[in-house]
Design a protein around this ligand. Structure first.
Ligand SMILES: [Zn+2]
Length: 263
């Protein structure tokens, strides 16, 4: 599509017409290449989504990149530290409020919740409540670019985990909702919190939904083989996954067991 630029090798600098990614230097097995800090705007005013971890070098780079453009608001996709840790420092640098669903992460009077519309220089950002990865996860729809910022609800590579403060039933509902929105709004791109831009939103969301169903089937099968504890299930279901990810997988398995018990 026109206006969608995906650099090879790193998500840094990937963009749509009104959104640009400045990659934070915090790569890890959980954060992929690092946290994507999205700058959204037109003309003199911008909104910054997820300043990233409290990394002075990254925050200065974002500020310097903005040059004369004014940050009107800082928005958080959710409160996990790799997205929110630098928010208050960055707010101090650019003198802007921080809006988030979770009041603990706000700076200023304004919250952020499903149905809100944030406007920056005539550009609209529509807020979708998408709990699951965390209880406070939000996605941001940018109608001008037909792009959805997905935070950690959908990542640019691999799959996300359901954190201890999230829930699988919520997560599955959020994926269905995003799938319906992507179809109804004819989304052209998902702009994730980690990893590269996804140029096929419906394909990506279908892949996520299918992956979740598959994992649930695998967990039922592992239980049928006698696995009981989350660790026993991880050993079977995640046998092909690097052991360094097993602790995270165990959190996801706990969320899935919780979900299955409530069916
Ligand atoms: Zn993250």
């Amino acid at each position: 599509m026109s206006g969608l630029h995906i650099p090879i090798g790193t998500p840094d600098g990937s963009r749509t017409e009104h959104a640009e990614n400045l990659l934070a230097p915090n790569p890890s097995i959980m954060t992929l290449d690092g946290t994507n800090t999205w700058v959204i705007g037109a003309g003199e005013e911008v909104v910054v989504v997820d300043p990233g971890p409290d990394d002075d070098r990254h925050l200065r780079r974002v500020r310097d990149h903005l040059a004369d453009r004014r940050v009107t608001q800082i928005l958080l996709t959710h409160g996990h530290f790799d997205h929110s840790g630098g928010a208050k420092s960055f707010a101090g640098m650019v003198n802007a409020p921080v809006r988030a669903l979770d009041p603990r992460h706000r700076l200023g009077d304004e919250g952020l919740a499903d149905g809100d519309v944030v406007t920056v220089a005539g550009l609209e950002i529509h807020v979708y409540g998408t709990p699951g990865h965390s209880f406070d996860s939000l996605c941001f729809w940018l109608p001008a670019d037909r792009a959805m910022l997905t935070g950690d609800t959908v990542l640019g590579r691999g799959t996300t985990i359901i954190a201890g403060d999230g829930g699988l039933a919520d997560y599955l509902r959020s994926l269905d909702r995003l799938r319906a929105a992507a179809e109804g709004l004819e989304a052209r791109a998902l702009l994730p919190g980690h990893g590269p831009v996804l140029p096929d939103p419906i394909g990506a969301l279908d892949g996520y939904i299918a992956h979740r169903r598959e994992r649930l089937d695998q967990i039922r099968a592992a239980q049928a083989q006698g696995a009981r504890t989350p660790r026993e299930i991880v050993r079977i279901v995640y046998a092909d996954v690097d052991k360094s990810l097993w602790a995270a997988a165990e959190i996801s398995v706990r969320a899935q067991l919780d979900y299955l018990e409530r069916l």
